[in-house]
Design a protein around this ligand. Sequence first.
Ligand SMILES: *Cc1c(COP(=O)(O)O)cnc(C)c1O
Length: 389
Amino acid sequence: MHPGYLMTPGPTPIPPEVEAAMARPIVYHRGPEFQAVLERVLANLARVARTSWPVALFTASGTGAMESAVANLVAPGTPALVVSAGNFGERFAQLVDRYGGRLEHLRYEWGATPDPDEIGERARACGARVVFCTHSETSTGVVADVRAIAERVRGAGALLVVDAISSLGAVPLEQEAWGIDVVVSGSQKALMTPPGLALAAVSPAARAAAREVPTPRFYFDWERILTGQEALRTAFTPAVSLIFGLDAALRLLLADGLEAAWERSARLGRACRAGVKAMGLELFSPDEDRSAVVTAVRVPDGVDGAAVVREARRRGVTLAGGQGRLKGQIVRIGHIGFIGIDDVAAALTALEAAFAAAGADVETGLAADRARAVYADASLQAAAPSPGR
Ligand SMILES: *Cc1c(COP(=O)(O)O)cnc(C)c1O
């Protein structure tokens, strides 16, 4: 039986090589076999984040890595600026609030693209020690210009923490060259591994700052984790099988070079947007190459968004609805990780049928072909390189 199409922005489908690697017998995490794998995984994660800085690996979901950044950098009263334009940006605000930071919240409309100049000004005005922002806001489909944001935040003298949970490996991000102090991510999005691993790549400045931050922390203490990893000794028992899987996934991801993965994501996003437009539906996420993680489609007035998601699922395609205040208003198609143009075409075909069944006025029969044509169009790729490079 065909397993159907998992087209949510996480978890994402797992390549067979990754499944096979996870089926290996468990080994002792203090033994040489595991240490060799751990060494390679840490080196490859740094390659994917484009950094020479150390990467702390946690057995946790992505939010654990977000919490580690707050726990290690925000003490009660620490001035911290959170930039939010959707559900995941709000999460950073909640975390900073829970840890007692002096929260300055720069809140955009959900679906808006944050303005780097405004972020720099606000960071300066509130004397932020740390700025938190989201690279790919998975709840809206917007991908922020973190390169420009990093430049402004550096000018304001603050550390920058970027949630790249859904973008790392899919959208261009150069941690060290762009000067992003902390990049956090998770295993179950573009990294093609099941949920359960999270990471934080930490600059020397952020690590030094963390040593001076007197918050109570244990499991998520960067210094404990990084010191252990330097000797290839994990501080705690790691999820051994997931790390075997991540090792296989990273090798696949890097086999053709990271640029090839970024380019593929951009092409899939472009193809998906073209398919949606061919149906006569309106995009909620921006129609730009950078938004290559998830395509959000506006649900027309009078149409039940939840019914569209249910009907697509009945047709074998799992999509995501809107979160929080966007519930019922958008449908999201994820196209990161182990996804190809055939998956996107199948999702579009199910989506147009589901919209039609829900009473939306959609053009049927065109979307999949249109998506394939745009994906294959080499001239489009030459004309529209991925941004940020
Ligand atoms: C998925 C996601 C998260 C949350 O990750 P969990 O693994 O569910 O904890 C946070 N931020 C972004 C941008 C995400 O896409």
